[in-house]
Write a protein that binds this ligand. Structure first.
Ligand code: FPP
Length: 274
């Protein structure tokens, strides 16, 4: 990774990551993303390349989840969303879906201690009612146990689809309007963002997708309007701290203008309260 040049003065990122392993890295604390969203892709290919069953890729992908959550926490990233299971993933073979649900269950039960220790709050987005009962209970327990943690928020997108979320929000607003609780002219961008029901977290500043696929795949369709997109060939099971740092370095090299010109483009057109 190349050292950034120029006269800009950097406030080095306070981190307990072994940054000594990355002597050429420079990240400006003031320009870290508030919210990183990740499409964790390539588990199946990682396993295929090794002659293993697809599920082995998912199993190893869970290690990447732990590594990235902890690295983001140590880097002081306030929000991290992980696209862990999509609305469309239900169409996978039953055995793979069951395995993914078991993996998620295990993750939620075994990681709770570490999350509490690191002050991580967990929330979930998506059609959670479709999850198997044991996963739902484990999720509810984790959400409840971590609710007061303030170190970082990890949002798990589960049975999540961006279009479905938008349709639901439109229905909610239409019902509120029909019931006389809101006037149609009060439905603006912040009101719509609020109706999406994604826990009041800000829009992502940075989206990372692994495995070389260059598409959004029904993820955060409303929220990605001004997000910086970063695609890497690295398969999710291989994605570790160094890959996160590379994405952050690429992010910091971008100029975000939000459709304005550089001098008055300090922030997104509107932001969701949190
Ligand atoms: C996409 O890879 C990945 C998934 C559908 C599941 C993501 C799940 C994990 C990373 C494991 C555990 C997650 C948590 C939160 C504990 P793919 O199977 O589509 O890969 P391919 O495109 O190479 O087939």
């Amino acid at each position: 990774m190349a050292r950034r040049s120029g006269a800009e003065s950097f406030q080095p990122v306070a981190s307990t990551l072994p940054l000594a392993d990355f002597p050429n890295l420079s990240l400006a604390a003031a320009r870290m993303p508030r919210h990183i969203a990740i499409v964790m892709d390539g588990n199946g290919r990682w396993a295929n390349q090794r002659g293993l069953a697809r599920c082995e890729g998912h199993r190893r992908g869970k290690d990447s989840v732990r590594a990235v959550v902890e690295a983001a926490r140590e880097l002081g990233i306030p929000y991290l969303t992980l696209f862990a299971f999509s609305h469309e993933n239900w169409r996978r073979p039953g055995g793979e879906v069951r395995f993914l649900m078991q993996l998620l269950h295990r993750y939620l039960t075994t990681e709770l201690k570490r999350m509490m220790k690191r002050g991580i709050r967990v929330i979930a987005l998506g059609e959670l009612e479709r999850l198997p009962a044991p996963v739902r209970s484990a999720l509810e327990r984790t959400i409840e146990a971590t609710a007061e943690n303030r170190g970082m928020t990890v949002a798990l997108a589960l049975s999540y689809g961006g279009r479905q979320e938008i349709v639901k929000a439109a229905r909610r607003l239409a019902e509120a309007a029909a019931a006389g609780q809101i006037r149609p002219d009060q439905i603006d961008e912040p009101a719509f963002a609020g109706a999406l029901g994604n826990g009041g977290i800000p829009d992502p500043d940075l989206l990372i997708r692994t495995s070389g696929e260059i598409r959004i795949s029904n993820f955060f369709l409303f929220q990605l309007a001004y997000t910086e997109l970063y695609f890497t060939e690295t398969l999710w099971p291989d994605f570790r701290e160094r890959d996160l740092l590379a994405a952050l370095e690429a992010y910091q090299a971008r100029q975000r203008r939000f459709g304005a010109v550089a001098e008055n483009a300090a922030s997104a057109p509107f932001s969701v309260a949190n």
